[in-house]
Write a protein that binds this ligand. Structure first.
Ligand SMILES: O=C(O)CCC(=O)C(=O)O
Ligand SMILES: [Fe+2]
Length: 248
């Protein structure tokens, strides 16, 4: 039950049918226990996915709270030496006394958990679902429609350490989430035949991140893989995503 917020009116972007059967991503390679699908990416990297982490109605209540109350901004960032407006809204929440986060030349202001009690509730639920996990910061994203996206990247900032665990909770419009293996480092001594490696099916994975779902990246996923949420022109509605992280 959501205790720390008022119930808000629903909008017409909410789908009415919420009892769809929910196929497992990549059934053949995935293991599933207690509603959690585990995808082994190899070399000590793995992804967990839970499509119904939060109930349908709680998820809409959180969505409306976050959409209305978070101090969203769309900052200017630097990508490949060029300044551009980040193609989605963002906000950052972190525990006190942590080193500042800087990404793509941008240092977000860190808000306190106390300002947004529902975020603490979601954090507690994530901790419960992932025994042994400990998150102390949160990057929020709001995709206002299908033109908003996040390009290929890894969350490999030094302050997260060598094997960051990143827990991602999604609300609202479903969007694709892609994972792709980073190209192997080239060895100049290799003959040309060895330098061009064909793409393998196991080097790419895709998920449709459902309303109320939880996706977790673990192990060396940030070192060896990149991920993205591409543009989807037909995705008209808003999606909100929370990524919980631990600053060491
Ligand atoms: O929106 C998502 O699902 C992913 C967001 C993401 O990759 C990030 O904030 O680093
Ligand atoms: Fe990311």
């Amino acid at each position: 039950m959501i205790t720390s917020m008022l119930k808000l009116k629903t909008t017409e972007c909410e789908p009415t049918n919420h009892s769809d059967p929910d196929p497992d991503p990549e059934e053949s390679t995935a293991e599933k226990t207690k509603g959690m699908t585990v995808i082994d990416l190899g070399n000590a990297s793995q992804v967990l996915y839970m499509s119904r982490f939060l109930s349908y109605q709680d998820s809409w209540d959180y969505f409306h709270y976050l959409d209305k109350n978070i101090h969203w901004t769309r900052p200017t960032i630097r990508v490949f030496g060029r300044s551009c407006i980040q193609p989605r809204d963002t906000c950052y929440v972190a525990s006190e006394g942590l080193p500042d986060l800087v990404y793509s030349g941008y240092q977000p202001r860190a808000y306190s958990w106390n300002e947004f009690p529902p975020l603490r509730e979601i954090l507690d639920l994530v901790h419960k679902a992932l025994p042994g996990s400990k998150f102390n910061s949160l990057l929020l994203n709001r995709y206002k429609g299908g033109n908003d996206y996040v390009g290929w990247h890894a969350d490999d900032e030094k302050l997260y350490g060598p094997t960051p665990e990143i827990a991602s909770v999604s609300f609202g419009c479903e969007r694709d989430f892609f994972l792709k293996k980073k190209p192997a480092k080239r060895n100049g001594d290799d003959p040309p035949s060895k330098r061009t490696k064909k793409n393998n099916d196991s080097d790419q994975h895709s998920f449709v991140l459902k309303h109320g779902s939880l996706l977790v990246m673990q192990g060396y996923t940030q070192r060896d893989w990149v991920h993205s949420v591409p543009k989807r022109v037909k995705a008209g509605a808003v999606r909100i995503n929370l990524t919980f992280r631990l600053i060491c």
